[in-house]
Design a protein around this ligand. Structure first.
Ligand SMILES: Cc1cc2nc3c(=O)[nH]c(=O)nc-3n(C[C@H](O)[C@H](O)[C@H](O)COP(=O)(O)O)c2cc1C
Length: 208
């Protein structure tokens, strides 16, 4: 299996780094593209240098190399993940503004109807961001914002990151061994009784 990973300059570089490590563990061929601003966020947020992150990939491609293999649809791969995805790159992909290898590779991934997964990171979201995400969803991309789930009772930041990465890998049919899954709630034992519900909920009922 062969996947393209792009890391852009939104906060959350750790998602891209963890993704590379998980893909390596699963024996997936990893083609990495790092944006200029990700070269700033990677050392600032993860403690790794961009070069060290590059060493986690099978091949690193220059973001300016429009002649790289994934700039052509004839280069076969199993999908592309942008983690994290800045609002700038989101917009470039949405509008087909393929100025740079990340947007070009995403453009090609879409035209070839391959899986494109974006982890957009910004908050709050304005109308431009939301419209871009809606358009991209309609075009076939998968918008998978790194929004932590708390139902697995995470203890560390790594737990939160692993959960998001594991759910992204699910989209490619890849099983991350560390992923904690929801296995259901036993209604008789775990669901709160009316008496156990927080007072606020009871008050809501009182108000009808
Ligand atoms: C520390 C830091 C954090 C940033 N966080 C975000 C963010 O969460 N979302 C975003 O869209 N842009 C963020 N930016 C701004 C982007 O880096 C900037 O828009 C850049 O042009 C994106 O280009 P790229 O997509 O080619 O990496 C951040 C910048 C810095 C320096």
């Amino acid at each position: 299996m062969r996947i393209i990973v792009a890391i852009t300059g939104a906060t959350g570089a750790a998602y891209g780094v963890r993704l590379l490590a998980a893909l390596e563990q699963l024996g997936v061929e990893r083609h990495l593209i790092v944006s200029r601003w990700a070269e700033v966020t990677i050392p600032k947020e993860t403690g790794y240098t961009a070069r060290e992150v590059g060493a986690m990939a099978s091949v690193v491609h220059s973001r300016d190399n429009q002649g790289a293999p994934m700039a052509s649809g004839s280069f076969r791969h199993d999908g592309m993940i942008v983690a994290p995805c800045s609002m700038k790159t989101l917009s470039a992909i949405r509008f087909g503004h393929a100025d740079g290898l990340i947007a070009r590779a995403a453009d090609v991934t879409l035209k070839e109807r391959r899986r494109l997964v974006l982890l957009p990171r910004e908050t709050p979201l304005n109308e431009i961001h939301l419209e871009n995400m809606l358009s991209l969803t309609r075009m076939g991309a998968i918008i998978a914002p790194p929004m932590p789930g708390f139902y697995t009772n995470p203890k560390t930041i790594d737990d939160l990151i692993d959960h998001t990465v594991g759910r992204v890998l699910d989209l490619f049919g890849l099983e991350m061994p560390q992923l904690k899954r929801w296995s259901g709630m036993r209604a008789d034992r775990e669901a709160p009784t009316a008496a156990e519900l927080p007072r606020i909920a009871t008050r809501g009922t009182d108000h009808g």
